[in-house]
Design a protein around this ligand. Structure first.
Ligand SMILES: [Zn+2]
Length: 453
């Protein structure tokens, strides 16, 4: 979406802008590594209590909620808006991060070091950067007595990195009243800029607003056959049965489906750059490569994927085991679930059973309406080179849980990024870091957006 917004002095400072870097750096210093095993996951509750302290200090009343398991900390704070009859807008961010191997990093992953114009550390982009921005803007609004147009709910959430079972999904199932009155929400992943070359030689910064995400489903495959001695002739081997099914599934290319958000994104890129994308051609992934590193995400939103990730069978070299198991990470496009499952069943055949270990639905909304207009206006006010475009995320976020309550969700964590930065590689990557200038820009945009939403 492109329109001329109200121009704002981009260098204008504010309380939020002046403290955002320190907040993000401190957030990173809480090691909130989420291993997926509740017994070894740590730090979320200390981090959540610290967030609550920052909100209390500004005058908020907060609610600390443990999501089903001791130590899984969530914090909620509400700011009353001018029109209580309008639905509330929730701004959400998760406090957990994926683990990091310190030896691989240039700086300690939980140092929150500020150097060379970046804040470094695990979570800098996923997503303590946004959490710090939320916190900075919430504190500023409360301290300065700002009344936004509608009620705002600031939500700091546990366990996103393990699918939200002990975070967003638990909260939606067990404490739905926390979301009373919330009609729309913004969180990760979206709002970041992607610089593309224009036909006339200039550059355009596209800001990718997430309007859709694939489903997230983890499938267990199990083959059962006859156990036996490894030296005998043996036709019904569970390992062989399973391996055949896994190989067929892993090598399979699911059909190309051009979802609305992907089509709109590609059309906008084509319009700006002159690059043409023809999804009917077999080399669409090759065409997308011209987009640079973002093609890793966009390419994964053209088809369902099923990637085998774990294998388990046997206990001794000369014993043919009775069962063999595999886990497959499946990501299914909106509207494709039934067709996907039919295709999987054909590939694995009748001798291999399947079950879902985790299954969270896909999500899609349209790129229109007042909230989208507010995002567009806020971005343009601070970056006249901007154009906001919708996109689909290949991964999953807490939006899956909130959408179950009928909340309309977007990924909008605004960041203006240097053109050369390989942003997508930083998610869960080594030397994860976020530019200081991007955080300051994002804080201004977030503030503008929340004041006009
Ligand atoms: Zn995240």
């Amino acid at each position: 979406m492109s329109a001329t917004g109200e121009q704002v002095d981009p260098n204008r400072s504010s309380r939020a802008v002046s403290e955002v870097v320190e907040l993000v750096s401190t957030l990173i210093r809480f090691d909130t590594s989420n291993t997926g095993d509740p017994a070894t996951t740590q730090g979320e509750s200390e981090c959540a209590h610290w967030v609550a302290d920052q909100l209390h200090e500004a005058g908020f009343v907060t609610e600390y909620v443990e999501s089903g398991i001791p130590g899984r900390g969530n914090v909620f704070a509400r700011l009353a808006g001018a029109d209580p009859d309008r639905g509330a807008l929730m701004i959400h961010g998760h406090l957990d991060v994926v683990p990091a191997e310190a030896a691989d990093w240039s700086v300690h992953p939980f140092s929150g070091a500020v150097r060379e114009g970046y804040v470094w550390g695990r979570g800098a982009v996923d997503m303590k950067g946004m959490v710090g921005m939320m916190l900075a803007v919430a504190r500023q609004f409360k301290l300065e007595g700002t009344v936004p147009p509608r009620d705002l709910v600031f939500a700091f959430i546990a366990d996103e990195e393990a699918g939200g079972t002990w975070g967003s999904h638990w909260l939606v199932d067990n404490r739905p009243e926390l979301f009373d009155g919330v009609t729309e929400a913004v969180g990760e992943v979206g709002g970041f800029s992607l610089t593309v070359p224009r036909r006339d030689g200039s550059e355009r910064r596209l800001y990718l607003v997430q309007t859709a995400e694939k489903n997230l489903s983890w499938m267990r495959l199990r083959a059962k056959a006859r156990a036996g001695h490894g030296s005998f002739l043996h036709e019904e081997n569970a390992v062989t049965l399973l391996a055949d099914a896994v190989a067929r599934l892993g090598k399979h290319t699911f059909p190309l489906v051009l979802s609305d958000s992907v089509a709109e994104f590609l059309a906008a890129v084509a319009e700006e750059t002159g690059l043409q994308f023809d999804p009917t051609q077999p080399d669409i992934e090759g065409q997308l490569a011209k987009l640079g590193t973002i093609s890793r995400i966009v390419g994964a939103t053209l088809r369902d994927t099923a990637n085998p990730t774990m294998l388990k069978a046997g206990y001794k070299a000369n014993v043919i085991p009775q069962t063999a198991e595999a886990v497959v990470d499946c990501r299914v496009l909106p509207g494709r679930q039934e067709a996907f499952e039919r295709e999987v069943d054909e590939l694995i055949g009748p001798d291999v059973e399947r079950e879902w270990i985790v299954k969270h639905d896909s999500y899609a909304t349209t790129f229109d309406g007042d909230l989208v207009e507010a995002m567009n206006t806020a971005v343009l006010a601070h970056d006249p080179q901007a154009r906001t475009v919708p996109f689909m995320l290949s991964g999953g976020t807490d939006a899956k849980a909130f959408a179950r309550l009928g909340i309309r969700c977007f990924g909008f964590a605004p960041l203006q990024l240097p053109a050369e930065l390989d942003f997508s590689a930083l998610f869960h990557g080594v030397d994860e870091r976020v530019p200081v200038a991007s955080l300051e820009f994002g804080t201004r945009v977030l503030e503008h957006f929340l004041l006009h939403s």
